[in-house]
Design a protein around this ligand. Structure first.
Ligand code: CP
Ligand code: NVA
Length: 328
């Protein structure tokens, strides 16, 4: 039996909204198959190469992309900001034109989402957002996939975000807006997600029937399937640390807050976490916590995504093994 690889309308994945509900559902199905057994996909991406350009530190994203791509038979080159700063020795566009001549796919972690869109516009190979200041799409896809694994249908999901309305928050909002369900975003007024990006997500939710609620009222998390938080100070926002910490201290996820959510609520965090700041150790280290399931699933959902983005490339020069596996 062959495993269908989704055909995506988008060439790049810069934000979740680039994907339709059907495409996300198909990626989840493929991630499930990959997670169960990689053997039938071994060698599918042989002769393919992933270049990773990272302007910010990473553990999970770097390792899950590198080991994931290798599991599919491809080769990986990692370029960090120290050795190869994007746009320093040459323009962003020249950088993209060069990499397009060697790489099959580029994954970028950058300080400015604007740089990512410039790079993608100049690149002739697919580009994946591995985190920007505005979005973290691979994280959010892995997170909602993780919740579906525990039997929650996206349309029935109630996800509560508590803390800073940051890049991970926006990508989760876009995912729920696309798939349906409810997301309650509880932040102090000064830490609300970008109004412009919220408008885009609201437009998507009008079609899916999703509910996006932004509030400062912690009682709104009652009945949630999961409570999700992230660091108060994201990478690149260090100058805002004092201001954000002051605003967000009442929003720390501790045992009392989890009890407010209810007994079924799981705890989620994209990691890295700061115990004693945004989350109490007794919560993140409790049986309710699914943070390492989220981390593991980064690799499976990213692999599903990379197979889909490279589907046409592999089909064009298909080896017998790749043709059999990629056939849809
Ligand atoms: N969650 C996440 O993206 O982790 P890293 O910053 O370690 O990649
Ligand atoms: N919001 C965090 C996520 C880290 C994975 C950051 O951007 O630093």
């Amino acid at each position: 039996m062959t495993m269908p690889i989704p055909t995506l309308l988008t060439r790049d994945l810069l934000q979740v909204i680039d994907l339709s509900a059907l495409e996300i559902t198909q990626l989840f199905a493929l991630a499930t198959r990959l997670k169960a057994d990689y053997s039938r996909f071994a060698g599918t991406l042989s002769q393919r190469s992933l270049v990773m350009l990272f302007e910010k530190p990473s553990l999970r994203t770097r390792v899950s992309f590198e080991l994931g791509f290798q599991k599919l038979g491809g080769g990986v080159v990692f370029l960090d900001h120290q050795s190869s700063p994007i746009g320093a020795r040459e323009t962003v566009e020249d950088y993209a034109h060069n990499l397009s001549r060697w790489a099959s796919l580029v994954a970028i972690r950058c300080r400015s989402h604007h740089l990512l869109t410039r790079f993608a516009a100049a690149s002739s190979v697919p580009v994946i957002n591995a985190l920007s200041d505005l979005h973290h799409p691979c994280q959010a896809l892995a997170d909602i996939f993780t919740l579906t694994e525990s039997g929650i249908a996206p349309a029935d999901l109630h996800l509560a975000w508590v803390g800073d309305g940051n890049n991970v928050c926006i990508s989760l909002i876009e995912t729920v807006a696309t798939l349906g369900g409810k997301i309650t975003v509880v932040t102090p007024p000064s830490c609300r997600p970008s109004a412009e990006l919220l408008r885009v997500a609201q437009g998507r939710s009008a079609r899916s029937g999703a509910c996006i609620l932004c509030t400062a009222d912690l009682d709104a998390i009652t009945g949630a399937d999961a409570v999700y938080t992230d660091v108060w100070v994201s990478m690149g926002e260090e100058s805002l640390a004092a201001e954000k910490t002051a605003a967000l201290t009442p929003f720390r996820v501790d045992r009392a807050l989890m009890e407010r959510a209810g007994s079924k609520a799981r705890f989620m965090h994209c990691l890295p976490a700061k115990r004693g700041e945004e989350v109490a150790a007794e919560v993140i280290d409790s049986a309710r916590s699914i943070v390492f399931d989220q981390a593991e699933n980064r690799m499976h959902i990213q692999n599903a995504l990379m197979l889909a983005l490279l589907k046409n490339d592999v089909a064009a020069q298909a080896s017998p093994i790749a043709r059999t596996t990629m056939q849809s």
